[in-house]
Design a protein around this ligand. Sequence first.
Ligand SMILES: Cc1cc2nc3c(=O)[nH]c(=O)nc-3n(C[C@H](O)[C@H](O)[C@H](O)COP(=O)(O)OP(=O)(O)OC[C@H]3O[C@@H](n4cnc5c(N)ncnc54)[C@H](O)[C@@H]3O)c2cc1C
Length: 360
Amino acid sequence: MSESRYDSIRGSVNSNKSHCVEVAVIGAGISGLAVADQLIRAGLSVCVLEARARVGGRLLGSPLDLGASWYWPGEHRVIALTQRLAIDTFEQYRTGDALIDDMAGLQRYPGNPIDVPSYRIAGGTSALAAALTAEFPLGTLQLQQPVHEITSDLHIATREHRWQAHHVVIALPPALAVHSITLPPELPAELIDVAARTPVWMGDSVKVVAHFKEPFWRRDGLAGAAMSRRGPLAELHDMSGPGGEPAALFGFARAASMHADIEIDIREQLIRMFGTRASEPLEVLIQDWSREQWTVPPGTYVLPDYAKFGHRVYQQPALAGRLHWSSTETAPTYAGHIEGALAAAERTVASILGNRVSTT
Ligand SMILES: Cc1cc2nc3c(=O)[nH]c(=O)nc-3n(C[C@H](O)[C@H](O)[C@H](O)COP(=O)(O)OP(=O)(O)OC[C@H]3O[C@@H](n4cnc5c(N)ncnc54)[C@H](O)[C@@H]3O)c2cc1C
């Protein structure tokens, strides 16, 4: 979808009055978009309020993923969504040996014990978000609208506009929601406490993508998979597109290990592990998720309690069935994954449609 279409959507909103919808979804990550998609197709009026100037949240980059990359066998919601949206997928490249880089030096592990079978989305996972929004009616999606307040009677305020909804869906990490949005005072204290202490999945991660002219490591019999105790990248994988085009390696680093000259260290590591042909990447992209205002509240990456994922407080809507939690962190299964974000959306949609039937 073009930027100009978003602009015309924004332009259609009159700031002097509240806009009424049946469902207001806060957050245009994959979970919020999946909720909106299913409710629109069920005939409800929906608006999606998104803080950033783009959709997708932790799905970022095309075709080189700077957020999520993979889905795994058995993640049937992701598989069904790719099929419905006619999005091409391909198998993660795993052929060849893996590397281990530690103080003893570089060792080659035959048969790549690092990568498990997984799949990727042609064009990057952000293609899922783009394809979902392409089907939305004009005016549904409101970009650059950070929500800062939800009142007890479900008025939703951004800096420029107000909305009134019968249901509100909080489709962003719970810890970020309690940090950045003034929530209705009637919400149970336990819910607020659990939300504030629910970690943001991958909120402490830095994803680094090194884009090359060709996947030269494959010709050396290497899978591109590696573990390193010396860093700064702790874990690396082949990130090339279908057929090796575009060619790329990616790695994860800890946010705590970032410093001003980190790119120099990363380039040295790539040469140490993959040889001199790694010395001339076309580009090195560094995405530090811990610094993303609309993903993690300051300091939240240190939250340690992943048992809060899928907590029972998220499974029932609050405020007499009208306020719902729908990010991947709220899913009892596959929490953290795209599949978890879709599972949370599924629960939210069932709850809203069930409530609608029983009240009509
Ligand atoms: C580096 C990295 C690698 C990953 N790898 C994988 C992988 O390989 N496979 C996998 O399955 N998962 C992976 N994940 C996780 C996956 O990206 C997430 O599970 C999924 O994208 C979460 O979607 P979501 O909709 O729940 O949340 P988000 O994507 O975080 O969406 C929340 C949305 O809310 C918006 N927002 C925030 N605050 C406000 C506000 N006040 N008002 C309005 N809007 C707001 C945000 O801008 C964002 O668009 C990875 C994540 C990262 C960061």
